[in-house]
Design a protein around this ligand. Structure first.
Ligand SMILES: CC(C)(COP(=O)(O)OP(=O)(O)OC[C@H]1O[C@@H](n2cnc3c(N)ncnc32)[C@H](O)[C@@H]1OP(=O)(O)O)[C@@H](O)C(=O)NCCC(=O)NCCS
Length: 172
């Protein structure tokens, strides 16, 4: 895959970004996840994780940070990071780049920014969960230096599960 680095910048997101985050998630999930999880599970997880009140609640939370990558004030993608200061670790809870901007280096730019940010704050480890069938994203994380640590199955209610790998990387 050819990745063309584009001149996009990373900034913390705030409540004014909630609607754009939700729209970008909906667009990305319906294109990316069919074949990985069912449409019913996509609907359920979008409702759970991307309701505007839920995004607002997380943006206001002191233990997590959202970063957006944008160009000319258009959001190209976002990441949601959950900090655990006692463990010096950060969970990459969400990472999504708009489908028309994937493969251009945005995900790499966002992750490098977050790793540098948390490294400076004294965090030592970044980790994430990724669906075992999400091969493209697993390759992306591997290229970014993340290693598979273990497998995990999480019951998320309504008969749905997340069948994931946990991947992690030392940043300090
Ligand atoms: C995964 C994702 C965040 C990566 O961001 P991105 O901006 O597309 O990735 P980059 O352009 O920075 O790619 C960096 C490297 O990752 C790898 N990679 C990225 N997308 C890939 C794909 N579809 N297939 C294989 N490798 C891929 C490549 O090695 C690439 O390097 P190269 O261009 O030198 O070959 C983005 O594609 C995305 O939002 N995907 C759909 C949603 C998703 O699955 N998110 C993660 C949930 S856990």
């Amino acid at each position: 895959m050819n990745s063309t680095q584009i001149s996009a910048t990373v900034h913390p997101a705030d409540k004014r970004d909630s609607y754009a985050i939700r729209q970008l998630a909906i667009k990305t999930w319906y294109l990316h996840y069919p074949g990985i999880i069912t449409i019913k599970q996509i609907e359920y997880m979008l409702d759970q994780r991307y309701a505007l009140q839920e995004i607002d609640r997380l943006i206001a939370s002191p233990s997590c940070t959202w970063f957006k990558i944008e160009m000319e004030q258009t959001m190209l993608g976002f990441g949601h990071f959950e900090e655990d200061a006692s463990m010096r670790s950060v969970k990459v809870d969400k990472l999504y780049i708009h489908p028309k901007n994937q493969g251009q280096g945005c995900g790499t730019t966002l992750m490098r920014f977050a790793e540098a940010h948390y490294g400076k704050l004294g965090f030592g480890r970044m980790w994430l969960q990724v669906n075992k069938r999400n091969q493209a994203s697993i390759k992306f994380y591997q290229k970014a230096g993340y290693k598979k640590e273990k497998e995990i199955i999480v019951d998320i209610g309504q008969g749905f599960i997340m069948d994931d790998f946990i991947m992690s990387k030392k940043i300090n």
